[in-house]
Ligand binder design. Structure first.
Ligand code: P1T
Length: 364
């Protein structure tokens, strides 16, 4: 039942699981394709959940002092936005270290929430003093009451997903009845999820396999250029290549990313072009204004299903894809503007131009 919430943190999570029927049909899938739409969380991403969990745990451990503590976090932005939101509400200062490649929109949202933002060179190796991690550590040493909650090593990162994201998916799938027009196994049969820190995929996997369906197949998505995929031979061809998608992939293995092959069954690599094409498909066909890594997750799902016709062609199987954030974070990025504003003229655009007797403008 709707009720008055105490603050925006209570509007974190509880995101919808939405059928992606048109995309499924376009790709000839008989299984159900379901998107977990995380941009509907209060701060706009899946990372709100861990920000809230890490702050609340630190409070319980007495590590945060209102009015004094300075929360410092290296992040690709979304964890920072979640932390800045939590800290605005709770009264802690925030410093975010953010690699240069991350969008202006993320920096603007962070500053709007009252955080300080320090940009760092994208190309700096994770363990160099110049990286977002190195600069955060340096600041923490020097700034009184500075504390790094450390999403890369904090157990509350995967735990937040084991306790909330995973159970929400399970509950939605179990409580939706199977009907003749919408057949459902009423189990989560496959989860596909990108990995940055790996907290989302590791936590969701534990929720699925421990409490719901031990045979659930969990597929990790890793961008070309990153080294997270297993086996590492998947990474060798593109290791170190630059890529534009934000939030997924690293040049080191975060502690919270499970390397246990029983947690993450398989990995699939994706590139920028297929990710951004998939974002456009989600917008055009499903009306979902998702961000770049959602496109990576969807394109990874579709590629993986190509290799698993037994699943793709079985009606009723539930394949869940995690869509981590929304287009709010990327509105000024060339990959988005190029596709949104400078695409091929549609038949309707041609008709409009004919009616108005003007040449078809490709750039308005
Ligand atoms: O960190 P992980 O739970 O593996 O989530 C990956 C991810 C996917 N997509 C987007 C848009 C993200 O922002 C992230 C992770 N983001 C961070 C690590 C961060 O600091 O915001």
């Amino acid at each position: 039942m709707p009720q008055i919430l105490n603050n925006a943190l209570e509007a974190v999570g509880n995101t919808p699981l939405i059928r992606l029927d048109k995309v499924a049909k376009l790709h000839g899938l008989k299984c159900n394709l379901l998107g977990k739409v995380e941009f509907m969380s209060a701060g706009g991403s899946v990372k709100d959940r861990i920000a809230k969990a890490m702050v609340e745990a630190a409070e319980q451990e007495g590590k945060l002092v209102p009015g004094k503590s300075v929360v410092i976090e290296p992040t690709s932005g979304n964890t920072g936005i979640g932390l800045a939101m939590a800290c605005a509400i709770k009264g802690y200062s925030v410093i975010i270290t953010l690699p240069n490649k991350m969008s202006l929109e993320k920096e603007a949202a962070l500053r709007a929430l009252g955080a300080e933002v320090v940009r760092t060179p994208t190309e700096a190796a994770w363990d160099s003093p110049q990286s977002h991690i190195g600069i955060a550590r340096k600041l923490q040493k020097e700034i009184p009451y500075g504390i790094i909650l450390d999403q890369y090593g904090n157990i509350n990162n995967p735990l937040a997903h084991e306790m909330t994201t995973g159970p929400e998916i399970i509950e939605a799938v179990k409580s939706t009845p199977s009907t003749s027009s919408r057949v459902s196994s009423q189990k989560v049969d496959v989860v596909v999820c990108g990995a940055g820190t790996g907290g989302t995929i590791s936590g969701i996997s534990r929720a699925m396999k421990k409490t719901h369906n031990k045979d659930c197949i969990v597929v990790g998505v890793d961008p070309d250029g990153s080294i997270l995929a297993v086996p590492s031979s998947l990474n060798t061809k593109t290791e170190g290549d630059a890529y534009v998608v934000e939030g997924i992939g690293y040049d080191f293995i975060p502690d919270v990313l499970s390397r246990d092959p029983t947690d993450i069954d398989e990995w699939i690599k994706t590139n920028d072009t297929e990710a951004f094409d998939a974002v456009q498909a989600l917008m055009r066909n499903e009306g979902l204004l998702v961000g770049g890594s959602s496109g990576s997750a969807l394109s990874g799902t579709l590629k993986w299903l190509e290799t698993r016709k037994d699943i793709a062609e079985t009606s009723g199987l539930n394949v869940v894809v995690i869509l981590p954030d929304g287009i709010r974070n990327y509105m000024s990025k060339d990959w988005f503007l190029g596709r949104a504003l400078h695409g091929e003229p549609t038949p309707l655009a041609q008709a409009i131009a004919r009616v108005l007797q003007e040449p078809i403008a490709n750039n308005v």
